[in-house]
Design a protein around this ligand. Structure first.
Ligand code: F6R
Ligand code: MG
Ligand code: MG
Length: 368
């Protein structure tokens, strides 16, 4: 059976700053999807990570479907009303345009979708990150799909050994989608050369070379490229199918023990280590740290099981402690050097304005 998995995610307001949505707000979004999704969707799950609400739906309408996107957009509009009524911070902040047109891509919310031929057993993972950007998935996806140190399946399982095709997007190009297709293992170094530049090149999808099936769909929207100004970081979502012809669930999770430094954190303008957290986690220290949650599901005829919260396990407690130490270390250098992002990535214009003023006061010293 062909089904579509869709995650549509937005920050439409949160308690106490940019920390987490209120229960009332979540309930309003859920009630809307439950009621208006009848006859349109097969199943849904709604959760949050930090200040972002993610709506996962299963349906038979394919990707970028007008009705599915409108359903989620309208759920966010209804939620925004609740957020405003409760005085939540940043109410409706990710809904950048006033009128819905076609689908939500380029309108503010993050989207990750794929249409799949359901396997007899269909396990998949739903990733949601906050206080970071789409490029945060570059390293973990690269390691899980191209490096046998994390994915021993690449040497042990014949079906995976053929490698994967990566579709990588140049997110700086805003006039249209600018995409390159590269395959592992032959072009692994080329893939690495692009993916190291997390602010510009972002994994959009990954496909099995053996079966041509899609393994990954990740969101690629950069809000400041749409709005032309600071409107919040671009907290990404991703869908990853696992097992059999794809890496095992644990191979996909393996790279998250690194706590790699990503862009985001306070004011979307700092480097911080990416911490794997439990479902429905909030934001705290220094408006961070950058966090990622991951829920595993199985799906049959579009019906979802309850989620398994994969980072809710004793193993990850120690990882989180170590990543807190990494956050402490980089915070010691405040805004100097690598701790704060380069000028092009700052989400606030204050520094630029100061520098413009100071420019006028520079003088060339005359030769004596
Ligand atoms: C980061 C983020 C926060 C805000 C910060 C200031 O993505 O959302 O770190 O940048 O709390 O928020 P404003 O400028 O809204 O007062
Ligand atoms: Mg926010
Ligand atoms: Mg957010």
């Amino acid at each position: 059976m062909k089904i579509t998995l869709s995650i549509i995610k937005a920050d439409i307001g949160s308690i106490g700053g940019h920390l987490k949505p209120s229960q009332k707000l979540l309930q309003a979004v859920e009630n809307y999807i439950k009621e208006k999704g009848r006859g349109l969707i097969i199943d849904y799950y709604i959760g949050y990570t930090g200040d972002d609400i993610a709506i996962l739906t299963t349906h038979k309408r394919g990707v970028l479907d007008n009705k599915i996107h409108k359903l989620c957009w309208d759920a966010f509009l209804v939620g925004t009303k609740v957020a405003k009524a409760q005085g939540l911070y940043g109410a409706g902040q990710d809904l950048l345009v006033s009128a819905f047109s076609g689908n939500v891509k380029g309108m503010g919310p993050q989207v990750a979708e794929m249409e799949i031929e359901e396997r007899p057993a269909e396990p998949f993972l739903m990733f949601m990150a906050d206080k970071t950007e789409p490029g945060a998935f570059n390293l973990p996806l690269y390691l899980a799909f191209a490096d046998p140190m994390h994915c021993p399946g690449l040497i042990l399982a014949p079906s995976i050994k053929k490698g994967f095709k990566f579709l990588i997007m140049d997110v700086n190009y805003t006039k249209a989608d600018r995409i390159i297709e590269l395959v592992t293992p032959e072009e692994s170094y080329d893939i690495a050369a692009l993916l190291r530049d997390t602010g510009r090149f972002v994994v959009e999808s990954i496909w099995s070379r053996e079966t041509k099936e899609q393994a990954v769909a990740a969101s690629t929207t950069r809000l400041h490229n749409i709005a032309g100004k600071y409107v919040g970081k671009d907290d990404p979502v991703a869908l990853v199918r696992t097992q059999k012809n794809f890496p095992a669930t644990g191979e996909i999770l393996s790279p998250y023990s690194i706590g790699q430094f990503v862009s985001g954190f306070m004011r979307g303008s700092h480097s911080g280590p990416l911490m794997p957290v439990k479902k429905n986690s909030t934001i705290s220290f220094f408006d961070g740290p950058p966090v990622v949650s991951c829920l595993a599901f199985s799906v049959k005829n579009g019906k979802l099981t309850e989620p398994c919260d994969v980072f809710d396990h004793p193993y990850w407690e120690r990882v989180r402690d170590r990543i807190s130490d990494k956050a402490e270390e980089i915070r010691k250098q405040g805004f100097f050097g690598q701790a704060m992002l380069p000028m092009s990535e700052l989400e606030y214009t204050g520094v630029m304005e100061t520098l413009k003023e100071l420019e006028k006061r520079f003088k060339i010293r005359k030769d004596r």
